[in-house]
Design a protein around this ligand. Structure first.
Ligand code: ATP
Ligand code: MG
Length: 140
Protein backbone atom coordinates (compact mmCIF):
# COMPACT_ATOMS: atom_id res chain seq x y z
CA UNK A 1 0.00 0.00 0.00
CA UNK A 2 1.35 3.39 -1.00
CA UNK A 3 1.82 6.46 1.14
CA UNK A 4 -1.40 8.48 1.14
CA UNK A 5 -2.64 11.79 2.49
CA UNK A 6 -5.94 12.29 4.27
CA UNK A 7 -7.78 15.27 5.70
CA UNK A 8 -8.58 15.55 9.41
CA UNK A 9 -10.62 17.97 11.49
CA UNK A 10 -10.42 18.18 15.26
CA UNK A 11 -13.98 19.34 15.95
CA UNK A 12 -15.22 22.10 18.33
CA UNK A 13 -16.12 19.69 21.17
CA UNK A 14 -12.44 18.71 21.35
CA UNK A 15 -10.90 22.20 21.01
CA UNK A 16 -13.28 23.47 23.73
CA UNK A 17 -12.12 20.73 26.12
CA UNK A 18 -8.43 21.41 25.28
CA UNK A 19 -7.97 17.92 23.81
CA UNK A 20 -6.05 18.84 20.63
CA UNK A 21 -2.77 17.40 21.91
CA UNK A 22 -4.34 14.22 23.24
CA UNK A 23 -6.12 13.57 19.93
CA UNK A 24 -2.92 14.23 17.98
CA UNK A 25 -0.93 11.92 20.26
CA UNK A 26 -3.27 9.08 19.24
CA UNK A 27 -2.89 10.03 15.57
CA UNK A 28 0.92 10.07 15.82
CA UNK A 29 1.04 6.87 17.90
CA UNK A 30 -0.79 5.16 15.03
CA UNK A 31 2.11 6.06 12.72
CA UNK A 32 0.44 8.95 10.89
CA UNK A 33 2.42 12.18 10.39
CA UNK A 34 0.78 15.63 10.67
CA UNK A 35 2.18 17.37 7.57
CA UNK A 36 -0.21 20.37 7.48
CA UNK A 37 -2.07 22.06 10.35
CA UNK A 38 -4.10 25.20 11.06
CA UNK A 39 -6.53 26.29 13.79
CA UNK A 40 -9.53 28.10 12.24
CA UNK A 41 -13.05 29.28 12.95
CA UNK A 42 -15.23 27.89 10.15
CA UNK A 43 -17.78 30.27 8.64
CA UNK A 44 -21.32 29.01 8.07
CA UNK A 45 -20.61 28.91 4.31
CA UNK A 46 -17.44 26.86 4.79
CA UNK A 47 -19.19 24.33 7.05
CA UNK A 48 -22.15 24.06 4.67
CA UNK A 49 -19.85 23.47 1.72
CA UNK A 50 -17.72 20.96 3.59
CA UNK A 51 -20.74 18.81 4.56
CA UNK A 52 -22.71 19.50 1.34
CA UNK A 53 -23.04 15.74 0.74
CA UNK A 54 -25.35 15.63 3.78
CA UNK A 55 -27.45 18.67 2.73
CA UNK A 56 -30.67 16.63 2.46
CA UNK A 57 -30.18 14.79 5.76
CA UNK A 58 -32.29 15.86 8.78
CA UNK A 59 -29.19 16.53 10.90
CA UNK A 60 -27.52 18.91 8.38
CA UNK A 61 -28.58 22.15 10.11
CA UNK A 62 -27.43 20.97 13.54
CA UNK A 63 -24.18 19.66 12.05
CA UNK A 64 -23.39 23.06 10.49
CA UNK A 65 -24.30 24.82 13.75
CA UNK A 66 -22.04 22.48 15.72
CA UNK A 67 -19.09 22.79 13.33
CA UNK A 68 -19.23 26.60 13.60
CA UNK A 69 -19.72 26.63 17.40
CA UNK A 70 -16.01 27.05 18.12
CA UNK A 71 -12.56 26.71 16.60
CA UNK A 72 -11.47 23.58 14.74
CA UNK A 73 -8.01 22.30 13.80
CA UNK A 74 -7.72 21.31 10.14
CA UNK A 75 -4.89 18.92 9.34
CA UNK A 76 -3.32 16.87 6.57
CA UNK A 77 -2.14 13.44 7.71
CA UNK A 78 0.33 11.32 5.78
CA UNK A 79 1.28 7.66 6.02
CA UNK A 80 0.90 4.16 4.61
CA UNK A 81 -2.78 3.57 3.86
CA UNK A 82 -3.54 6.83 5.69
CA UNK A 83 -7.23 7.14 4.72
CA UNK A 84 -8.33 3.75 6.08
CA UNK A 85 -5.85 3.85 8.94
CA UNK A 86 -7.17 7.19 10.23
CA UNK A 87 -10.79 5.98 9.94
CA UNK A 88 -9.74 3.02 12.11
CA UNK A 89 -8.06 5.27 14.68
CA UNK A 90 -11.16 7.55 14.74
CA UNK A 91 -13.67 4.76 15.45
CA UNK A 92 -17.35 4.59 14.49
CA UNK A 93 -19.38 7.79 13.87
CA UNK A 94 -21.58 7.03 16.89
CA UNK A 95 -19.24 6.86 19.91
CA UNK A 96 -21.53 4.26 21.51
CA UNK A 97 -20.43 1.93 18.69
CA UNK A 98 -16.76 2.93 18.59
CA UNK A 99 -14.18 0.27 19.44
CA UNK A 100 -12.12 0.65 22.61
CA UNK A 101 -8.83 2.41 21.94
CA UNK A 102 -10.24 4.69 19.24
CA UNK A 103 -10.37 8.50 19.44
CA UNK A 104 -14.17 8.58 19.45
CA UNK A 105 -14.42 5.90 22.17
CA UNK A 106 -11.99 7.90 24.28
CA UNK A 107 -13.31 11.43 23.76
CA UNK A 108 -16.55 11.80 21.73
CA UNK A 109 -19.59 13.13 23.59
CA UNK A 110 -22.33 12.19 21.09
CA UNK A 111 -22.96 11.38 17.42
CA UNK A 112 -22.78 15.15 16.67
CA UNK A 113 -19.98 16.09 19.03
CA UNK A 114 -17.79 13.23 17.88
CA UNK A 115 -14.36 14.91 18.16
CA UNK A 116 -12.86 14.22 14.72
CA UNK A 117 -13.52 14.07 11.00
CA UNK A 118 -11.56 11.97 8.51
CA UNK A 119 -11.89 11.64 4.73
CA UNK A 120 -13.59 8.47 3.51
CA UNK A 121 -11.92 7.95 0.07
CA UNK A 122 -9.00 9.20 -2.06
CA UNK A 123 -11.23 11.56 -4.09
CA UNK A 124 -12.80 13.18 -1.01
CA UNK A 125 -9.40 13.40 0.70
CA UNK A 126 -7.98 15.37 -2.26
CA UNK A 127 -11.03 17.65 -2.43
CA UNK A 128 -11.11 18.30 1.31
CA UNK A 129 -7.36 19.02 1.52
CA UNK A 130 -7.70 21.50 -1.35
CA UNK A 131 -10.53 23.33 0.47
CA UNK A 132 -8.12 24.32 3.27
CA UNK A 133 -4.49 23.94 2.13
CA UNK A 134 -2.27 24.94 -0.78
CA UNK A 135 0.72 22.74 -1.70
CA UNK A 136 3.02 25.23 0.04
CA UNK A 137 1.15 24.69 3.35
CA UNK A 138 1.97 20.98 3.37
CA UNK A 139 5.48 19.99 4.40
CA UNK A 140 6.07 16.26 4.64
P1 ATP B 1 -17.14 12.69 9.48
O1 ATP B 1 -17.57 12.91 8.04
O2 ATP B 1 -17.40 13.88 10.36
O3 ATP B 1 -15.73 12.18 9.54
P2 ATP B 1 -18.33 10.13 9.48
O4 ATP B 1 -17.71 10.00 8.12
O5 ATP B 1 -18.00 9.10 10.52
O6 ATP B 1 -17.99 11.52 10.12
P3 ATP B 1 -20.78 10.85 8.15
O7 ATP B 1 -21.82 9.85 7.82
O8 ATP B 1 -19.91 11.41 7.07
O9 ATP B 1 -19.90 10.23 9.34
O10 ATP B 1 -21.52 12.05 8.90
C1 ATP B 1 -20.89 13.31 9.07
C2 ATP B 1 -21.18 13.83 10.45
O11 ATP B 1 -22.59 14.07 10.56
C3 ATP B 1 -20.87 12.84 11.58
O12 ATP B 1 -19.55 12.93 12.04
C4 ATP B 1 -21.83 13.27 12.63
O13 ATP B 1 -21.31 14.33 13.40
C5 ATP B 1 -23.04 13.75 11.85
N1 ATP B 1 -24.04 12.69 11.76
C6 ATP B 1 -24.01 11.60 10.98
N2 ATP B 1 -25.10 10.83 11.15
C7 ATP B 1 -25.83 11.46 12.09
C8 ATP B 1 -27.08 11.20 12.70
N3 ATP B 1 -27.79 10.11 12.40
N4 ATP B 1 -27.53 12.08 13.63
C9 ATP B 1 -26.83 13.18 13.94
N5 ATP B 1 -25.63 13.50 13.38
C10 ATP B 1 -25.14 12.65 12.47
MG1 MG C 1 -17.93 11.43 6.59
Amino acid sequence: MAVQRTFSIIKPDATKRNLTGKVNAMIEDAGLRIVGQRRVQLSEDQAKKFYEVHAERPFYGDLVKFMTSGPVVVQVLEGENAIAKYREVMGATNPAEADAGTIRAAFAESIDANTVHGSDAPETAAEEIAQFFTDADIVG
